[in-house]
Design a protein around this ligand. Structure first.
Ligand SMILES: [Fe+2]
Length: 391
């Protein structure tokens, strides 16, 4: 067990989200609004879901309860600052007092940023997660958010930040404030059964990467470690089933809750997987979860010398055989990746990184806040080594 200096150790943990779990709880939206004191919600989703039965179901449920709702769906797969500004316009014009975020990570991130920006006079990028920029936020104007995830992976519904693409610099910028945390999360597994298999796999791999990176991140956080380990066990048992049997509510429920736990655990830290996935996603508009699926084995291989203790625990929990826990976990990861048909390299997923683009990607990965959570301190040579292995 790692030795810490408990006489001098001080740390900060937070597990505050109210969750309503259960199949069919979309119909509890009126009660959820009453719970948070909202009367005039703006539903924010993405274009792909705009005409879905999930959105019409939400609108009809609210209408039947006498609640008028607004609607905004101009959210790109990697949401941009322009999407947030457009959402704020709709919010202000409609006089809304809260936001209902329905969708995957993109809709969730955009919705949280809109709810935060509702009360700000500064531009969005002034709140990039650098130093104490979050103290610039005028909290009294922020609106509460009810989040209903339709994917099991991003975990944005349990996070206090949004990842927004700055289209000028082609960077993914993390916007952070502690109060960006949704006030209420409705985990309704029925909302995830319509997710196509490839997105089930990619978002599930995102959840897996949150748990694995949190478990491997340095620092003393046994609560996060417990969540991460349990999430990894649940994903091991459920991801392949959710992928091959979309209507399997047991697998869908397990993935949804595992994603929630993994995202709660990632407050301990993320690492090189996310540090590299962010600039790759911003430059190539590639799916975040699929990028993580490709990067994870290469990052784990790089990190193995520093995470032998975590690998021993994880291999034991997953009941993996073999005398080398690190190798066993790596093999388990690559097997699961193949079972859900995730590509094994960036080129196979259609991300063609040119030789001249490598230095810029490495520099952007090193300045990403997630780089600080990697168990082996990252430098240019290390990040380049991982990136080249993943090409
Ligand atoms: Fe992620």
């Amino acid at each position: 067990m790692t030795e810490y200096d408990f006489a001098n150790l001080q740390t900060r943990w937070s597990f505050p989200t109210l969750v309503w779990f259960g199949a069919g709880r979309l119909s509890d939206l009126p009660g959820a609004l009453a719970e948070i004191g909202g009367k005039a919600p703006l539903i924010i989703t993405d274009r792909g879901l705009a005409a879905s039965s999930i959105i019409t179901g939400a609108q009809q449920t609210l209408k039947a309860a006498g609640i008028a709702s607004g609607f905004f769906c101009e959210v790109q797969p990697n949401p941009t600052g322009e999407n947030v500004v457009a959402g704020c316009e709709v919010l202000r014009k409609g006089g809304h007092d809260c936001v209902i975020a329905i969708g995957g990570g993109s809709a969730m991130d955009a919705a949280k940023a809109v709810a935060m920006m509702a009360g700000q006079t500064r531009p969005l990028l002034d709140f990039e997660d650098i130093g104490d920029n979050f103290r610039r936020v005028q909290t009294n104007g922020m609106l509460p958010v009810i989040a209903l995830p339709t994917t099991a992976g991003t975990g944005s519904e349990f996070g206090r930040s949004s990842v927004i693409t700055d289209t000028d610099s082609h960077r993914k910028v993390i916007i952070f404030h502690p109060k960006m945390l949704p006030e209420l999360v409705i985990l309704d597994p029925e909302l995830t059964v319509g997710l196509p298999p490839v997105l089930t796999a990619a978002t599930g791999m995102d959840a897996l990467s949150h748990a694995l990176e949190a478990l491997c991140a340095p620092g003393w956080h046994p609560m996060a470690d417990g969540l991460a380990l349990t999430a990894l066990k649940m994903i091991d048992g459920a991801l392949a089933s959710a992928y091959s049997e979309p209507g399997n509510l047991t697998a869908r429920s397990n993935m949804l809750v595992a994603s929630a736990m993994a995202c709660t655990a990632l407050q301990k830290g993320l690492g090189a997987v996310h540090a590299l996935a962010h600039p790759l996603g911003a430059r190539y508009d590639a799916h975040h979860g699929m990028l993580n699926a490709v990067l994870m084995p290469h990052v784990l291989r790089f990190n193995l010398p520093a995470v032998s203790e975590q690998m021993a625990t994880l291999a034991h929990e997953l009941r993996l055989k073999g005398s080398d826990p690190g190798a066993a976990v790596l093999s388990w990861l690559e097997t699961l990746q193949a079972r859900v048909d995730m590509p094994s390299s960036l080129s196979k997923m259609g991300v063609g990184v040119g030789e001249t683009e490598i230095p810029g990607l490495v520099a952007d990965a090193l300045r990403d806040p997630c780089a600080l959570g990697n168990p082996i301190p990252l430098n240019e040579a290390g990040v380049e080594q991982i990136l080249r292995a993943a090409l």
